[in-house]
Design a protein around this ligand. Structure first.
Ligand code: FPP
Length: 241
Protein backbone atom coordinates (compact mmCIF):
# COMPACT_ATOMS: atom_id res chain seq x y z
CA UNK A 1 0.00 0.00 0.00
CA UNK A 2 1.35 3.41 -0.93
CA UNK A 3 2.32 5.57 2.05
CA UNK A 4 -0.10 8.40 2.75
CA UNK A 5 1.36 11.81 1.95
CA UNK A 6 1.20 13.68 5.24
CA UNK A 7 3.60 16.48 4.25
CA UNK A 8 2.07 19.88 4.96
CA UNK A 9 2.04 22.51 2.23
CA UNK A 10 3.64 25.65 3.60
CA UNK A 11 4.49 28.81 1.68
CA UNK A 12 8.19 29.32 0.96
CA UNK A 13 7.68 32.97 0.04
CA UNK A 14 5.21 35.23 1.82
CA UNK A 15 4.66 38.80 0.60
CA UNK A 16 2.87 41.33 2.78
CA UNK A 17 1.11 44.63 2.07
CA UNK A 18 1.44 46.28 5.49
CA UNK A 19 -1.63 48.50 5.42
CA UNK A 20 -3.54 50.37 8.12
CA UNK A 21 -0.82 52.22 10.05
CA UNK A 22 -2.53 55.57 9.47
CA UNK A 23 -6.01 54.40 10.52
CA UNK A 24 -4.58 52.60 13.54
CA UNK A 25 -2.98 55.86 14.74
CA UNK A 26 -5.90 58.12 13.83
CA UNK A 27 -8.41 55.95 15.69
CA UNK A 28 -6.36 56.66 18.81
CA UNK A 29 -6.06 60.38 18.09
CA UNK A 30 -2.35 60.07 17.28
CA UNK A 31 -0.38 61.35 14.25
CA UNK A 32 -0.02 58.92 11.33
CA UNK A 33 3.72 58.65 11.92
CA UNK A 34 3.09 57.00 15.29
CA UNK A 35 1.28 54.27 13.36
CA UNK A 36 4.27 53.84 11.06
CA UNK A 37 6.60 53.61 14.07
CA UNK A 38 4.42 50.89 15.59
CA UNK A 39 4.40 49.28 12.17
CA UNK A 40 8.19 49.16 12.20
CA UNK A 41 8.08 47.37 15.58
CA UNK A 42 5.73 44.80 14.01
CA UNK A 43 8.18 44.29 11.16
CA UNK A 44 10.81 43.28 13.72
CA UNK A 45 8.49 40.73 15.37
CA UNK A 46 7.27 39.22 12.12
CA UNK A 47 10.83 38.94 10.76
CA UNK A 48 11.87 37.16 13.95
CA UNK A 49 8.95 34.74 13.74
CA UNK A 50 9.26 33.77 10.06
CA UNK A 51 12.08 31.19 10.18
CA UNK A 52 10.34 29.18 12.92
CA UNK A 53 7.12 29.25 10.88
CA UNK A 54 8.96 27.76 7.91
CA UNK A 55 8.91 30.95 5.82
CA UNK A 56 12.21 31.34 3.96
CA UNK A 57 11.36 34.47 1.94
CA UNK A 58 9.49 37.46 3.31
CA UNK A 59 8.84 40.47 1.09
CA UNK A 60 7.23 43.57 2.59
CA UNK A 61 5.76 46.65 0.90
CA UNK A 62 7.18 49.65 2.74
CA UNK A 63 6.76 52.51 0.23
CA UNK A 64 5.07 52.47 -3.15
CA UNK A 65 5.80 54.62 -6.20
CA UNK A 66 2.46 56.31 -5.41
CA UNK A 67 3.28 57.09 -1.75
CA UNK A 68 5.17 60.26 -2.76
CA UNK A 69 1.70 61.87 -3.01
CA UNK A 70 1.52 61.94 0.82
CA UNK A 71 2.50 65.00 2.87
CA UNK A 72 6.19 65.94 2.98
CA UNK A 73 6.13 65.31 6.72
CA UNK A 74 4.87 61.74 6.27
CA UNK A 75 7.24 60.95 3.38
CA UNK A 76 10.27 62.27 5.28
CA UNK A 77 9.11 60.50 8.43
CA UNK A 78 8.91 57.18 6.58
CA UNK A 79 12.32 57.66 4.96
CA UNK A 80 13.82 58.41 8.38
CA UNK A 81 12.16 55.28 9.75
CA UNK A 82 13.71 53.14 6.99
CA UNK A 83 17.20 54.55 7.66
CA UNK A 84 16.80 54.06 11.39
CA UNK A 85 15.57 50.50 10.95
CA UNK A 86 18.64 49.63 8.89
CA UNK A 87 21.04 51.34 11.30
CA UNK A 88 19.53 49.83 14.43
CA UNK A 89 18.67 46.37 13.16
CA UNK A 90 21.69 45.60 10.94
CA UNK A 91 23.64 43.79 13.61
CA UNK A 92 20.70 41.79 14.95
CA UNK A 93 19.48 40.81 11.49
CA UNK A 94 22.95 39.64 10.57
CA UNK A 95 23.28 37.64 13.81
CA UNK A 96 19.92 35.99 13.10
CA UNK A 97 21.02 34.92 9.62
CA UNK A 98 18.73 37.30 7.76
CA UNK A 99 19.69 38.35 4.25
CA UNK A 100 18.24 41.78 3.58
CA UNK A 101 17.55 43.10 0.10
CA UNK A 102 15.55 45.90 -1.49
CA UNK A 103 13.42 46.14 -4.59
CA UNK A 104 12.14 49.26 -6.29
CA UNK A 105 13.58 52.29 -8.04
CA UNK A 106 16.38 53.65 -5.83
CA UNK A 107 17.08 56.63 -8.12
CA UNK A 108 14.83 59.16 -6.34
CA UNK A 109 15.85 58.08 -2.80
CA UNK A 110 18.12 60.13 -0.58
CA UNK A 111 21.84 59.29 -1.01
CA UNK A 112 22.35 58.42 2.64
CA UNK A 113 19.45 55.95 2.67
CA UNK A 114 20.76 54.40 -0.54
CA UNK A 115 24.20 53.91 0.99
CA UNK A 116 22.64 52.25 4.05
CA UNK A 117 20.62 49.97 1.75
CA UNK A 118 23.70 49.01 -0.28
CA UNK A 119 25.68 48.47 2.94
CA UNK A 120 23.24 46.07 4.60
CA UNK A 121 22.69 44.16 1.35
CA UNK A 122 26.43 43.62 1.12
CA UNK A 123 26.86 42.82 4.79
CA UNK A 124 24.09 40.21 4.91
CA UNK A 125 24.65 38.69 1.46
CA UNK A 126 25.95 35.41 2.89
CA UNK A 127 22.95 34.77 5.18
CA UNK A 128 20.38 32.10 4.39
CA UNK A 129 18.03 31.63 7.35
CA UNK A 130 15.53 34.22 6.09
CA UNK A 131 15.49 36.30 2.92
CA UNK A 132 13.93 39.63 3.84
CA UNK A 133 13.12 41.89 0.90
CA UNK A 134 11.84 45.39 1.46
CA UNK A 135 10.03 47.17 -1.35
CA UNK A 136 10.87 50.88 -1.24
CA UNK A 137 9.73 53.21 -4.02
CA UNK A 138 8.35 50.06 -5.60
CA UNK A 139 5.52 49.66 -8.08
CA UNK A 140 4.86 46.60 -10.22
CA UNK A 141 4.23 48.69 -13.33
CA UNK A 142 7.32 50.81 -12.72
CA UNK A 143 9.40 47.64 -12.30
CA UNK A 144 8.04 46.19 -15.56
CA UNK A 145 8.71 49.45 -17.43
CA UNK A 146 12.29 49.69 -16.07
CA UNK A 147 12.89 46.06 -16.98
CA UNK A 148 11.50 46.55 -20.51
CA UNK A 149 13.85 49.52 -20.90
CA UNK A 150 16.85 47.51 -19.68
CA UNK A 151 16.03 44.63 -22.05
CA UNK A 152 15.57 47.02 -24.99
CA UNK A 153 18.91 48.70 -24.23
CA UNK A 154 20.64 45.31 -23.99
CA UNK A 155 19.12 44.28 -27.33
CA UNK A 156 20.19 47.58 -28.94
CA UNK A 157 23.76 46.96 -27.70
CA UNK A 158 23.62 43.48 -29.19
CA UNK A 159 24.05 41.79 -25.75
CA UNK A 160 20.78 39.85 -26.16
CA UNK A 161 18.58 38.98 -29.14
CA UNK A 162 14.91 40.17 -29.04
CA UNK A 163 13.76 36.65 -29.91
CA UNK A 164 15.38 35.18 -26.79
CA UNK A 165 13.25 37.35 -24.48
CA UNK A 166 10.73 34.99 -22.88
CA UNK A 167 8.91 34.72 -19.53
CA UNK A 168 11.89 33.14 -17.83
CA UNK A 169 14.32 35.85 -18.99
CA UNK A 170 11.95 38.64 -18.05
CA UNK A 171 11.55 37.13 -14.57
CA UNK A 172 15.32 37.07 -14.14
CA UNK A 173 15.69 40.72 -15.16
CA UNK A 174 13.08 42.00 -12.71
CA UNK A 175 14.16 43.48 -9.34
CA UNK A 176 13.12 40.12 -7.87
CA UNK A 177 15.31 38.12 -10.28
CA UNK A 178 16.94 36.14 -7.45
CA UNK A 179 13.70 35.39 -5.58
CA UNK A 180 11.11 32.66 -6.07
CA UNK A 181 7.59 33.87 -6.88
CA UNK A 182 5.46 34.55 -3.77
CA UNK A 183 3.20 31.67 -2.75
CA UNK A 184 1.04 33.81 -0.52
CA UNK A 185 0.26 37.54 -0.49
CA UNK A 186 -1.27 38.96 2.68
CA UNK A 187 -2.86 42.40 2.95
CA UNK A 188 -3.79 43.84 6.31
CA UNK A 189 -6.42 46.46 7.20
CA UNK A 190 -9.41 45.10 5.29
CA UNK A 191 -8.68 46.55 1.85
CA UNK A 192 -9.05 43.97 -0.90
CA UNK A 193 -6.78 45.29 -3.64
CA UNK A 194 -3.19 44.65 -4.61
CA UNK A 195 -2.04 48.24 -5.18
CA UNK A 196 0.62 47.62 -7.82
CA UNK A 197 2.46 45.02 -5.70
CA UNK A 198 4.46 42.23 -7.36
CA UNK A 199 2.10 42.18 -10.35
CA UNK A 200 4.12 39.78 -12.50
CA UNK A 201 5.41 37.65 -9.65
CA UNK A 202 2.00 37.04 -8.03
CA UNK A 203 0.38 35.48 -11.11
CA UNK A 204 -0.27 32.23 -9.20
CA UNK A 205 -0.06 33.45 -5.61
CA UNK A 206 -2.78 32.77 -3.06
CA UNK A 207 -4.25 35.85 -1.36
CA UNK A 208 -5.32 36.50 2.23
CA UNK A 209 -7.00 39.69 3.38
CA UNK A 210 -7.31 40.38 7.09
CA UNK A 211 -9.15 43.29 8.75
CA UNK A 212 -6.32 43.67 11.27
CA UNK A 213 -4.34 46.90 10.91
CA UNK A 214 -0.63 46.29 10.45
CA UNK A 215 0.42 47.59 13.92
CA UNK A 216 -1.84 44.91 15.46
CA UNK A 217 -0.75 42.06 13.20
CA UNK A 218 0.93 39.41 15.36
CA UNK A 219 3.08 36.35 14.66
CA UNK A 220 0.10 34.32 16.00
CA UNK A 221 -2.17 35.72 13.28
CA UNK A 222 0.51 34.99 10.69
CA UNK A 223 0.68 31.40 11.98
CA UNK A 224 -3.08 30.97 11.63
CA UNK A 225 -3.03 32.39 8.07
CA UNK A 226 -0.26 29.90 7.22
CA UNK A 227 -2.35 27.08 8.67
CA UNK A 228 -5.27 28.11 6.42
CA UNK A 229 -2.92 28.30 3.44
CA UNK A 230 -1.81 24.72 4.10
CA UNK A 231 -5.40 23.58 3.35
CA UNK A 232 -5.57 25.32 -0.01
CA UNK A 233 -5.58 23.45 -3.27
CA UNK A 234 -3.07 25.05 -5.65
CA UNK A 235 -3.41 23.85 -9.22
CA UNK A 236 -1.42 26.43 -11.25
CA UNK A 237 -3.95 26.21 -14.08
CA UNK A 238 -3.85 22.41 -14.18
CA UNK A 239 -6.42 19.88 -12.90
CA UNK A 240 -6.14 17.34 -10.12
CA UNK A 241 -4.75 13.93 -11.12
C1 FPP B 1 0.41 51.64 4.67
O1 FPP B 1 -0.45 52.08 5.70
C2 FPP B 1 1.76 51.64 5.16
C3 FPP B 1 2.79 52.32 4.57
C4 FPP B 1 2.63 53.14 3.35
C5 FPP B 1 4.12 52.31 5.18
C6 FPP B 1 4.62 50.98 5.65
C7 FPP B 1 5.73 51.24 6.54
C8 FPP B 1 5.98 50.65 7.72
C9 FPP B 1 5.23 49.50 8.25
C10 FPP B 1 7.05 51.24 8.51
C11 FPP B 1 8.26 50.47 8.72
C12 FPP B 1 8.85 49.70 7.63
C13 FPP B 1 10.11 49.23 7.71
C14 FPP B 1 10.61 48.39 6.62
C15 FPP B 1 10.98 49.52 8.82
P1 FPP B 1 -1.20 53.46 5.53
O2 FPP B 1 -0.35 54.53 6.09
O3 FPP B 1 -1.58 53.66 4.10
O4 FPP B 1 -2.46 53.23 6.40
P2 FPP B 1 -3.91 53.83 6.17
O5 FPP B 1 -4.44 53.19 4.91
O6 FPP B 1 -4.66 53.40 7.38
O7 FPP B 1 -3.78 55.30 6.05
Amino acid sequence: MAAKDISVQMPVHVAIIMDGNGRWARSRGWPRLVGHRRGAERVKQIVKACPDLGVRYLTIYAFSTENWKRSTEEVLGLMTLFSRYIEREAEGLNAEGVRMRFIGDRGPLDGRLRRLMDGIEERTAGNERLNLTVAINYGGRNELARTARALAAAAARGDIRPDEINEEMLSRWLDTGDLPDPDLVIRTSGETRISNYLLWQSAYAEYEFTPTHWPDFTPEELASILARYSMRDRRFGSVKA
